[in-house]
Design a protein around this ligand. Structure first.
Ligand code: GLN
Length: 219
């Protein structure tokens, strides 16, 4: 049987607000399309090989867990970068999204190094303020509207070479001021939308699965 292999990156550590629901939604959609599904949690000390996966999911987390994964994450950098550059489907939410960039300053204003594969960087809001609540965005490429909720202390700035995933219709998104939300590069999306976003936005889930399927060479 044809198979879709999913990597849940640090699924035992970074999984706030039911972000694992994204893995479940993606797997459900793949099974509906006739695929067998294998889900592998790749965590601290585990090897990540880019060629092994059709979908990589990297969820959100508390500052504490983000700090715990930082050193191990850097050891996986080369293969993760290869996966991304090869056009693999990669979805990173909130804390995971922050860690794809240069750095994140946590709620105590302590720096957590990111993978530095992308140039966005994340600072913390003054006085422990957080962006919480409903968020609605419009996809920057196809204008589709997605909904979710956000809960982050970080404020993220994209660099000039980065394109947003979407534009904020309601809520705060990357930083509450420039209306950008997340970023997209090839088939990698970073976003602040919890939901789980793939369960709440079926079309996005289907679109990402279709890319995974078309990427496969053994269909
Ligand atoms: N700890 C990060 C922040 O507060 C990420 C939060 C999350 O992933 N939900 O910004």
């Amino acid at each position: 049987m044809k198979k879709i292999k999913i990597c849940h990156l640090y699924g035992n550590l970074l999984n706030t607000y039911g972000d694992v629901g994204n893995v479940m939604a993606f797997a459900h959609e793949a099974r509906k399309n006739g695929y067998e599904v294998e889900i592998v949690t790749v965590s601290i000390g585990d090897k990540f090989y880019s060629a092994d996966y059709d979908f990589v999911f990297f969820g959100g987390g508390q500052d504490y867990e983000q700090r715990i994964v930082q050193t191990d994450l850097l050891e996986k950098k080369d293969e993760l970068k290869k996966y991304i550059d090869d056009g693999g489907v990669f979805l990173a939410i909130c804390g995971g999204y922050q860690l794809l960039g240069q750095y994140y300053f946590d709620a105590y204003n302590k720096k957590i190094e990111g993978l530095n594969i992308f140039n966005h960087y994340t600072e913390n809001q003054d006085k422990g303020t957080r962006f919480t609540g409903k968020i609605k965005i419009k996809d920057a490429i196809n204008n589709k509207v997605y909904e979710g909720f956000e809960n982050h202390g970080g404020i993220t700035h994209l660099s000039d070479d980065q394109k947003p995933f979407g534009f904020v219709i309601e809520g705060n998104g990357n930083n509450g001021s420039d209306k950008t939300e997340g970023f997209r590069y090839k088939n990698t999306i970073g976003t602040y939308l919890h939901g789980p976003v793939l369960a709440r936005n079926e079309e996005l889930c289907k679109d990402l699965l279709n890319i995974s399927i078309s990427n496969k060479t053994d269909n």
